[in-house]
Design a protein around this ligand. Structure first.
Ligand code: SF4
Length: 246
Protein backbone atom coordinates (compact mmCIF):
# COMPACT_ATOMS: atom_id res chain seq x y z
CA UNK A 1 0.00 0.00 0.00
CA UNK A 2 1.19 3.51 -0.82
CA UNK A 3 1.40 5.52 2.37
CA UNK A 4 2.29 9.11 3.07
CA UNK A 5 5.46 7.81 4.73
CA UNK A 6 6.52 5.89 1.58
CA UNK A 7 5.76 8.90 -0.55
CA UNK A 8 7.17 11.74 1.48
CA UNK A 9 9.64 10.70 4.21
CA UNK A 10 12.95 12.20 3.14
CA UNK A 11 15.13 14.16 5.52
CA UNK A 12 16.76 17.30 4.19
CA UNK A 13 20.57 17.54 4.61
CA UNK A 14 20.17 19.91 7.56
CA UNK A 15 17.46 17.90 9.32
CA UNK A 16 19.52 17.16 12.46
CA UNK A 17 20.34 20.85 12.95
CA UNK A 18 16.70 21.86 12.40
CA UNK A 19 15.49 19.25 14.88
CA UNK A 20 17.95 20.49 17.51
CA UNK A 21 16.81 24.08 16.89
CA UNK A 22 13.14 23.04 17.20
CA UNK A 23 13.75 21.18 20.45
CA UNK A 24 15.67 24.13 21.92
CA UNK A 25 12.92 26.55 20.86
CA UNK A 26 10.17 24.42 22.43
CA UNK A 27 12.14 24.10 25.68
CA UNK A 28 12.71 27.86 25.86
CA UNK A 29 9.08 28.62 25.00
CA UNK A 30 7.82 26.29 27.74
CA UNK A 31 10.26 27.72 30.30
CA UNK A 32 9.80 31.41 29.54
CA UNK A 33 6.25 31.82 28.20
CA UNK A 34 3.94 30.01 30.59
CA UNK A 35 1.00 29.65 30.19
CA UNK A 36 1.60 28.32 26.69
CA UNK A 37 -0.54 26.03 24.57
CA UNK A 38 -0.26 24.04 21.34
CA UNK A 39 -2.90 24.68 18.65
CA UNK A 40 -3.37 21.34 16.91
CA UNK A 41 -5.50 20.50 13.89
CA UNK A 42 -4.08 16.97 14.20
CA UNK A 43 -2.30 17.34 10.88
CA UNK A 44 1.14 15.87 10.17
CA UNK A 45 3.03 18.89 11.50
CA UNK A 46 0.92 19.00 14.66
CA UNK A 47 1.46 15.33 15.54
CA UNK A 48 5.22 15.90 15.20
CA UNK A 49 5.08 18.86 17.57
CA UNK A 50 2.93 16.94 20.06
CA UNK A 51 5.40 14.05 19.94
CA UNK A 52 8.27 16.45 20.62
CA UNK A 53 6.40 18.09 23.51
CA UNK A 54 5.64 14.67 25.00
CA UNK A 55 9.17 13.36 24.61
CA UNK A 56 10.70 16.50 26.09
CA UNK A 57 8.12 16.35 28.93
CA UNK A 58 7.18 20.00 28.43
CA UNK A 59 4.26 21.70 30.11
CA UNK A 60 2.49 22.62 26.90
CA UNK A 61 -1.11 21.42 26.85
CA UNK A 62 -2.85 21.10 23.51
CA UNK A 63 -6.15 22.39 22.24
CA UNK A 64 -8.16 21.29 19.22
CA UNK A 65 -10.94 23.25 17.52
CA UNK A 66 -13.75 20.82 16.79
CA UNK A 67 -15.70 22.77 14.19
CA UNK A 68 -18.46 20.18 14.04
CA UNK A 69 -17.39 19.51 10.45
CA UNK A 70 -14.30 17.35 10.98
CA UNK A 71 -13.71 14.05 9.20
CA UNK A 72 -14.34 10.86 11.15
CA UNK A 73 -10.64 10.02 10.69
CA UNK A 74 -9.70 13.28 12.44
CA UNK A 75 -12.10 12.57 15.31
CA UNK A 76 -10.66 9.07 15.64
CA UNK A 77 -7.15 10.51 15.88
CA UNK A 78 -8.39 13.04 18.44
CA UNK A 79 -9.72 10.22 20.61
CA UNK A 80 -6.39 8.36 20.39
CA UNK A 81 -4.45 11.57 21.07
CA UNK A 82 -6.43 12.25 24.25
CA UNK A 83 -5.28 8.88 25.57
CA UNK A 84 -1.64 9.39 24.64
CA UNK A 85 -0.90 13.03 25.39
CA UNK A 86 0.93 13.78 28.61
CA UNK A 87 0.00 17.45 29.07
CA UNK A 88 -3.70 17.11 28.23
CA UNK A 89 -6.05 18.05 25.40
CA UNK A 90 -8.87 20.61 25.53
CA UNK A 91 -11.46 20.63 22.76
CA UNK A 92 -13.18 23.91 21.89
CA UNK A 93 -16.42 23.93 19.93
CA UNK A 94 -18.41 26.75 18.33
CA UNK A 95 -21.30 28.35 20.19
CA UNK A 96 -24.21 26.02 19.32
CA UNK A 97 -26.76 28.83 18.98
CA UNK A 98 -24.52 30.73 16.54
CA UNK A 99 -24.18 27.62 14.35
CA UNK A 100 -27.94 26.96 14.39
CA UNK A 101 -28.69 30.55 13.39
CA UNK A 102 -26.06 30.62 10.63
CA UNK A 103 -27.08 27.29 9.11
CA UNK A 104 -30.77 28.20 9.43
CA UNK A 105 -30.18 31.48 7.61
CA UNK A 106 -27.56 30.47 5.02
CA UNK A 107 -27.82 26.68 4.69
CA UNK A 108 -25.14 24.02 5.00
CA UNK A 109 -23.30 24.90 1.78
CA UNK A 110 -23.01 28.66 2.27
CA UNK A 111 -19.20 28.49 2.11
CA UNK A 112 -19.34 27.77 -1.63
CA UNK A 113 -21.49 30.84 -2.40
CA UNK A 114 -19.02 33.59 -1.47
CA UNK A 115 -15.73 34.23 0.30
CA UNK A 116 -17.65 36.38 2.82
CA UNK A 117 -19.97 33.52 3.77
CA UNK A 118 -17.06 31.08 3.92
CA UNK A 119 -15.20 33.45 6.23
CA UNK A 120 -18.34 33.92 8.34
CA UNK A 121 -18.54 30.13 8.77
CA UNK A 122 -14.82 29.99 9.64
CA UNK A 123 -15.30 32.83 12.09
CA UNK A 124 -18.01 31.15 14.11
CA UNK A 125 -16.57 27.63 13.91
CA UNK A 126 -12.86 28.45 14.26
CA UNK A 127 -11.92 32.05 15.00
CA UNK A 128 -14.27 32.67 17.93
CA UNK A 129 -13.40 29.32 19.59
CA UNK A 130 -9.71 30.14 18.99
CA UNK A 131 -10.12 33.40 20.88
CA UNK A 132 -11.47 31.44 23.85
CA UNK A 133 -8.65 28.90 23.59
CA UNK A 134 -5.99 31.63 23.63
CA UNK A 135 -7.53 33.80 26.35
CA UNK A 136 -4.98 34.36 29.11
CA UNK A 137 -2.19 32.54 27.25
CA UNK A 138 1.23 34.15 26.83
CA UNK A 139 2.13 32.00 23.87
CA UNK A 140 0.93 29.38 21.44
CA UNK A 141 2.65 26.83 19.26
CA UNK A 142 1.55 26.11 15.70
CA UNK A 143 2.60 23.81 12.87
CA UNK A 144 2.99 26.53 10.23
CA UNK A 145 5.79 25.89 7.75
CA UNK A 146 7.24 28.23 5.14
CA UNK A 147 6.85 25.85 2.22
CA UNK A 148 3.14 25.21 2.86
CA UNK A 149 2.19 28.16 0.63
CA UNK A 150 3.44 31.44 -0.77
CA UNK A 151 1.52 33.28 1.95
CA UNK A 152 3.51 31.35 4.57
CA UNK A 153 6.93 31.84 2.92
CA UNK A 154 8.16 34.19 5.63
CA UNK A 155 6.74 32.54 8.72
CA UNK A 156 9.22 33.18 11.57
CA UNK A 157 10.20 30.64 14.21
CA UNK A 158 9.08 33.16 16.83
CA UNK A 159 6.41 35.71 15.96
CA UNK A 160 6.11 38.64 18.35
CA UNK A 161 3.76 40.71 16.21
CA UNK A 162 0.84 40.16 18.60
CA UNK A 163 2.74 40.98 21.79
CA UNK A 164 1.78 44.67 21.89
CA UNK A 165 -1.94 44.00 21.43
CA UNK A 166 -2.38 40.76 23.38
CA UNK A 167 0.92 40.04 25.15
CA UNK A 168 1.03 36.83 23.16
CA UNK A 169 3.86 35.24 21.18
CA UNK A 170 3.36 32.64 18.46
CA UNK A 171 5.97 29.93 18.04
CA UNK A 172 6.24 28.09 14.72
CA UNK A 173 8.94 25.54 15.58
CA UNK A 174 8.71 23.71 12.24
CA UNK A 175 8.83 26.91 10.16
CA UNK A 176 11.92 25.81 8.26
CA UNK A 177 11.12 22.07 8.05
CA UNK A 178 10.29 20.55 4.68
CA UNK A 179 7.35 18.20 4.11
CA UNK A 180 9.96 15.45 3.77
CA UNK A 181 11.42 16.35 7.19
CA UNK A 182 7.96 16.09 8.77
CA UNK A 183 7.37 12.61 7.38
CA UNK A 184 10.94 11.54 8.14
CA UNK A 185 10.28 12.37 11.81
CA UNK A 186 6.92 10.54 11.75
CA UNK A 187 8.60 7.47 10.26
CA UNK A 188 11.58 7.59 12.61
CA UNK A 189 9.41 7.77 15.74
CA UNK A 190 6.42 5.77 14.51
CA UNK A 191 4.15 8.74 15.28
CA UNK A 192 0.39 8.18 15.01
CA UNK A 193 -1.16 10.29 12.23
CA UNK A 194 -4.41 11.03 10.42
CA UNK A 195 -5.09 8.19 7.95
CA UNK A 196 -6.40 10.75 5.44
CA UNK A 197 -2.76 11.61 4.75
CA UNK A 198 -2.47 8.14 3.16
CA UNK A 199 -5.29 9.14 0.80
CA UNK A 200 -3.61 12.25 -0.65
CA UNK A 201 -4.88 14.82 1.82
CA UNK A 202 -1.75 16.83 2.76
CA UNK A 203 -3.69 19.57 4.55
CA UNK A 204 -6.80 18.52 6.46
CA UNK A 205 -9.60 20.79 7.64
CA UNK A 206 -13.40 20.52 7.56
CA UNK A 207 -15.18 17.98 5.34
CA UNK A 208 -16.87 20.49 2.96
CA UNK A 209 -13.65 22.47 2.49
CA UNK A 210 -11.00 19.77 2.10
CA UNK A 211 -10.36 17.39 -0.77
CA UNK A 212 -7.62 15.04 -1.85
CA UNK A 213 -5.06 16.28 -4.38
CA UNK A 214 -3.01 14.76 -7.17
CA UNK A 215 0.71 14.12 -6.81
CA UNK A 216 2.57 17.29 -7.69
CA UNK A 217 -0.33 19.64 -6.90
CA UNK A 218 0.31 22.52 -4.55
CA UNK A 219 0.23 21.63 -0.83
CA UNK A 220 -2.79 23.83 -0.07
CA UNK A 221 -4.69 23.12 -3.29
CA UNK A 222 -7.04 20.74 -1.50
CA UNK A 223 -8.31 23.52 0.78
CA UNK A 224 -11.04 25.97 -0.40
CA UNK A 225 -10.15 24.94 -3.95
CA UNK A 226 -12.94 27.02 -5.47
CA UNK A 227 -11.41 30.28 -4.16
CA UNK A 228 -8.49 32.43 -5.36
CA UNK A 229 -5.17 31.57 -3.76
CA UNK A 230 -5.03 34.92 -1.92
CA UNK A 231 -8.30 34.25 -0.05
CA UNK A 232 -7.30 30.83 1.23
CA UNK A 233 -7.00 31.31 4.97
CA UNK A 234 -9.53 30.76 7.70
CA UNK A 235 -8.54 33.68 9.93
CA UNK A 236 -6.59 31.66 12.49
CA UNK A 237 -3.29 33.20 11.45
CA UNK A 238 -4.08 36.83 10.66
CA UNK A 239 -2.08 39.71 12.06
CA UNK A 240 -3.69 42.53 13.98
CA UNK A 241 -3.38 44.95 11.09
CA UNK A 242 -5.55 42.52 9.12
CA UNK A 243 -2.88 41.57 6.63
CA UNK A 244 -3.30 37.86 6.05
CA UNK A 245 0.03 36.29 6.73
CA UNK A 246 -0.61 32.62 7.14
S1 SF4 B 1 -13.30 25.37 6.77
FE1 SF4 B 1 -15.34 25.32 5.76
S2 SF4 B 1 -16.75 24.19 7.12
FE2 SF4 B 1 -14.85 24.68 8.28
S3 SF4 B 1 -15.35 26.52 9.35
FE3 SF4 B 1 -14.38 27.19 7.44
S4 SF4 B 1 -16.04 27.42 5.92
FE4 SF4 B 1 -16.90 26.33 7.70
Amino acid sequence: MTTAINLHAKASPTFAAKLAETQALLKRAAAEFSPITQASSLGAEDVVITHLINSLKLDIAMFVLNTGMLHKETLQLLARTKQATRAGVTVYEPVAEAVVQFVGREGTTAMYRSVELRKACCHLRKVEPLERALAGKRAWVTGLRRDQSTARAEVPLEDSSDVAAHNRTKFNPLANWTWGDVWHYIKLHNVDYNSLHDHFYPSIGCVPCTRSIALGEDFRSGRWWWENESAKECGLHVKQDNRETA
